[in-house]
Design a protein around this ligand. Sequence first.
Ligand SMILES: Nc1ncnc2c1ncn2[C@@H]1O[C@H](COP(=O)(O)OP(=O)(O)OP(=O)(O)O)[C@@H](O)[C@H]1O
Ligand SMILES: [Mg+2]
Length: 485
Amino acid sequence: MRMPPPPWRERTEGGHHNSMTDRGRILVVDDERHQRDILKMILEGEGYETAVAGNARQALEEARDGLFDVILTDLKMPDKNGIALLTELVKAQPGVCVVLMTAHGSIDSAVDAMRKGAFDYMTKPLEKDELLLVVRRALERSRLVRENRMLHEQLRDRFRIENIVGAHGSMQDVFRIVHKVAASNSTVLIYGESGTGKELVARALHEQSERRDRPFFAVNVAALPESILEAELFGHERGSFTGAEARKIGLFEQASGSTLFLDEVGDLKRDLQVKLLRTLQEREIMRVGGTERIRVDVRIIAATNSNLEQAVREGRFREDLYYRLNVIPIVLPPLRERRTDIPLLVEHFLKKYGGGRARTVGDKALKALVAYDWPGNVRELESALERSLLLAEGDEILPQDLPAPVRSGLAIARGPLALDIPDSGLDLEALEKSLVLKALEKTEGNVSRAARLLGLSRRTLQYRLEKIQGAPNGASIVRKGAETT
Ligand SMILES: Nc1ncnc2c1ncn2[C@@H]1O[C@H](COP(=O)(O)OP(=O)(O)OP(=O)(O)O)[C@@H](O)[C@H]1O
Ligand SMILES: [Mg+2]
């Protein structure tokens, strides 16, 4: 039996420090032997592990494995000047601190070097104290950069799933659960608005399970009429109904040994709810028109974009089936609740649809993308970018390339405000007050502009405002409003 891959990439030993080199590793590059020897002696005297190179070629070779924290290099060398070397070193080993050693009178090149990413420069002849000070600072910096990068990598790689972008805590929670339960056979129920990636997560669960060598089966429960769906799921015997000219093997049988994804499971009709429940309980099916009980070994992943609990309360969905499905719930957050992921997703889709070219999104356009409410979630973002990439004249996407609602910052599809009415109901008057106050907050008290934001005349707003100011607890209304919107 093949073991599933480790849930997240094991961190390989990131740091290269060991006890002997804890003080830092330094490479000295100079074509003058004498100079190299002196520097090596001084630095080793301070406990730094020091290597030397007599020219740029040697230096690049030495530095290839990225073992150095700091590289001190002469500016003028026979085979390559220090700045060209610097550029290559920084490219090969981002984060390495390069310090240039220049002769008097070459300050211009030193400035150039700083611009190209040198950490510092020193003028020859070197002073021992200055040398050690610069080296200490460079080491400190190199350590910080490395730690920082390690932290970032850890954050990024901790919980990662191929093709699913999400650094936001809510998505990290999702990845964590996926990694934890992928290998089990437990039924998973994925909740999420349209376009939040439910199917993507279902596939990831399959791909990380021992069932991954078999194909992943999916059926959209809402897309098929009941009788067809029934035959689709359970199969039928020949002649079991008009038109059933041959035996049909249903998805439960086909997916035996694999995963079956039941999309929009909330739309399952009553009769099929019963049949599905029985299948889940008994792990057996019967084909339509058949009498034989057939054992099936199917891992069920279901998804819904509706509130199943509410459907249960309203009697539209069987409670016992709900509990059978809801063994491991995974909730995918709407995109507007994890806006910090938008730039990451944008980057992801630029790569996917950029046609191999380096495409970017301009600052203004990115702002609009982050501000938009995305009623269609990631799917909508994906198609918006695909479209914008086609429309953009150059390599940079500008606001005018974005779909109109994104550009104008309106989520038309869901109405001007994405508000759900909580089961407990809401207080319309309080809500109105909070909206008025929020509009004023946004315009810093400018009544005309606030009125425009609310689609009211200035006079109407003025009137409502007077009403509100007469009301007690105006301030607390603002806070409550902030939570509900
Ligand atoms: N986190 C994500 N990272 C990258 N791509 C994503 C992510 N979430 C969704 N997508 C992409 O968005 C599109 C919609 O995803 P998916 O079909 O999984 O959503 P869904 O929740 O099943 O939507 P629906 O309810 O409309 O069926 C797909 O192209 C998918 O690749
Ligand atoms: Mg889907």
